[in-house]
Design a protein around this ligand. Structure first.
Ligand SMILES: Nc1ncnc2c1ncn2[C@@H]1O[C@H](COP(=O)(O)OP(=O)(O)OP(=O)(O)O)[C@@H](O)[C@H]1O
Length: 589
């Protein structure tokens, strides 16, 4: 087992006997403390379980890893998993089985189910498909179209106007599809949350669940509790009311999932009502200048102190100015060099992926559109490049899997079914499909080939591949499904080979992670909030606690030794003035 030394503050979280909400600064060792508590509590509770809930699979993997050899703690009755899995397994599945007499099949998102892209009849003209994610659903399945989510690319002004006019029709259709999905048991995370909320409102179902959960769990620990949305808070309330101890730890300023209903105000309100609210203000990750930067962006009173090995690092925050995004990396590398940091130590972070990508010189994947041949070319180069992040790799493989699945389901009605359900229906092992997709993507190299040649190669590969015991595609379908991509899109393929010399990610993609150096990009045009009319710098200057501001805080607080703010020249003086006021040590040299 790992020898873990805890500070007094961390130990207090481990030993607490009441429900609590601990507010912690970045790098406070939240996960370390929560894992220590989980291991202690699982050893103490022989019969009932302890649940440790995180929000992402990456966080769950990290917790599992940190449990080391103590695998007893990972077995039933205990639980380590995401909030979604908890909701599925312990709330929705038992009640769904009772209501429908069959097991539900969970999928990640609406996009995994074909029928959630649909068209109206008669059609809206030259428009793309309508998408489920533009709708909000009520627990009873009623749908509401949020026109602000309909992208400009959906169609021209006339099409948008028509959609607004036929809003009720679109909502009725979405609602109908939702009902179909529920009936066949295809449930997304979002639908599961709705169902959970629906059932928690019924006293009969509540009584059933209360009995089940109280018998099963003594305690539920929630890491990164700031990410709780309304539904999760309702569930935690319910658990508390059912006599289950609830232990939460989080940093409200790292709440960056407003699009998922996570609002720090609601979490704060919840926190104020739990019996204990300890604070952790020692930052074990970052240098004093980075801690000062964090405190300058924080909304609450907490002031953090650098405590770890980087507390002796004197490096100020560096401001570098650019007028074009491709100037950032050379300037950042030059600063890094002064502190003996290399390209590998750095990550470029931006709110929108496109800015980070452009800064490091990567061609956009979205160019792939819906052309399968292009998706396969893309996937090959993504997998071959050492530097692409795991999410991009997974996305690329998924696109290839979809392309293969399309060849095996020609003429079948798969639209209401998830990826896994389709595999099941045509007897294809999802793991086989994944490895086939990877083999195919790596086996075909688009570099230096014409679009027509490469498309022919893809068809040939599929024609001659070993399909094992499973179904094989009909060669007559291959020509239709694997057409050569348009010339303009193919031109991007030639730049695939140039892998970036420096990592990049969105801020959302690096939550919970840490890097020796962070390069935080503030581009030319900052997003203007449609409601407040303010940009992130307006928010910072006006002391408005908004998500845009918290995104900056999450980004900066990932840095251990060096934080470089890469600012479009329009913003330099404003940021410098803010750092002056807040007393953050910085350099523009
Ligand atoms: N008591 C401690 N002594 C030494 N190092 C520690 C201690 N606690 C945590 N650390 C180290 O500090 C760093 C930050 O810890 P961790 O990532 O768990 O923090 P966190 O609170 O989850 O951060 P964030 O919320 O910002 O993602 C890690 O490198 C961790 O190993």
């Amino acid at each position: 087992m790992n020898e873990v030394k805890l500070t007094d503050g961390q130990q207090a979280l481990v030993d607490a006997t009441d429900s609590l909400f601990a507010a912690a600064c970045p790098g406070a060792g939240k996960t370390r403390a929560m894992v220590a508590r989980f291991l202690k509590r699982t050893a103490e509770e022989p019969r009932r379980g302890i649940a440790l809930i995180s929000f992402t699979n990456a966080a769950v993997d990290e917790v599992r890893h940190r449990c080391g050899s103590q695998t007893e703690a990972l077995r039933t009755p205990h639980f380590v998993g995401t909030f979604d899995t908890f909701i599925h397994r312990f709330i929705v599945t038992p009640l769904y089985v009772k209501a429908y007499n069959r097991k539900p099949n969970y999928v990640q998102s609406w996009q995994d189910v074909t029928s959630t892209s649909f068209r109206l009849v008669p059609d809206l003209g030259r428009a793309k498909d309508l998408e489920f994610r533009w709708f909000d659903f009520e627990p009873d399945g009623r749908a509401y179209l949020d026109v602000s989510r309909v992208p400009k690319t959906f169609g021209d002004a006339a099409v948008h106007h028509q959609l607004a006019q036929r809003k009720y029709e679109a909502e009725a259709k979405a609602s109908h599809i939702f009902g179909q999905l529920l009936k066949v048991g295809t449930i997304t995370c979002e639908a599961a949350r709705l169902l959970a909320a629906f059932w928690l409102n019924s006293s009969e179902e509540r009584a059933i669940l209360e009995g089940l959960l109280r018998a099963r769990f003594a305690e539920v620990i929630v890491d990164e509790a700031q990410d709780c949305g309304r539904e999760e808070l309702d569930i935690l309330h319910f658990l508390q009311d059912s006599g289950v101890r609830v232990v939460m730890v989080g940093d409200l300023d790292q709440s960056i999932y407003e699009f998922r209903n996570a609002t720090p105000a609601a979490v704060q309100e919840f926190a104020a009502r739990v019996p204990a609210q300890p604070e952790l203000d020692d930052n074990w990750r970052s240098s004093p200048a980075i801690c000062a930067f964090n405190s300058a962006l924080r909304s609450g009173q907490l002031v953090e102190t650098a405590r770890g090995e980087n507390s002796v690092v004197q490096t100020p925050v560096h401001l570098i100015e650019f007028s074009a995004l491709d100037q950032i990396v050379p300037a950042a590398l030059e600063v890094a060099e002064r502190y003996k940091l290399a390209a590998d130590d750095l990550v470029v972070l931006s709110h929108a992926e496109a800015h980070g990508m452009k800064a490091v010189g990567v061609a956009g994947l979205e160019a792939a559109g819906s052309n399968r041949v292009l998706a396969i070319a893309n996937a090959g180069s993504t997998l071959r490049s050492r530097d692409t992040d795991p999410k991009a790799r997974r996305k690329a493989v998924e696109q290839v899997q979809r392309a293969i699945l399309a060849t095996l389901t020609v003429g079948r009605d798969t639209q209401h079914h998830s990826f896994t359900a389709v595999c099941e229906e045509i007897s294809v092992d999802p793991r086989w499909l994944e490895s086939f997709a990877v083999r195919m993507a790596l086996g075909l190299d688009a570099q230096g080939k014409t679009r027509l040649d490469f498309a022919a190669e893809v068809r040939e590969f599929l024609k001659t591949a070993g399909w094992g015991d499973g179904p094989a595609p009909a060669s007559s379908d291959l020509g239709k499904l694997f057409k050569a991509p348009p010339e303009a899109a193919w031109a991007g393929v030639s730049s695939f080979g140039n892998s970036p010399s420096i990592r990049y990610s969105t801020v959302h993609g690096v939550k919970g992670m840490e890097f020796p150096g962070v390069v935080l990009v503030l581009p030319d045009r900052l997003r203007v909030d449609p409601v407040t009319g303010r940009t992130v710098l307006d928010d910072w200057e006006g002391a408005h606690n908004t998500e845009a501001r918290r995104v900056l805080y999450v980004a900066g607080s990932r840095a251990q030794e060096l934080l470089v703010c890469a600012l479009h020249r329009k913003h330099t003086s404003r940021v410098a003035a803010l750092l002056d006021v807040k007393g953050v040590p910085y350099s523009t040299a």
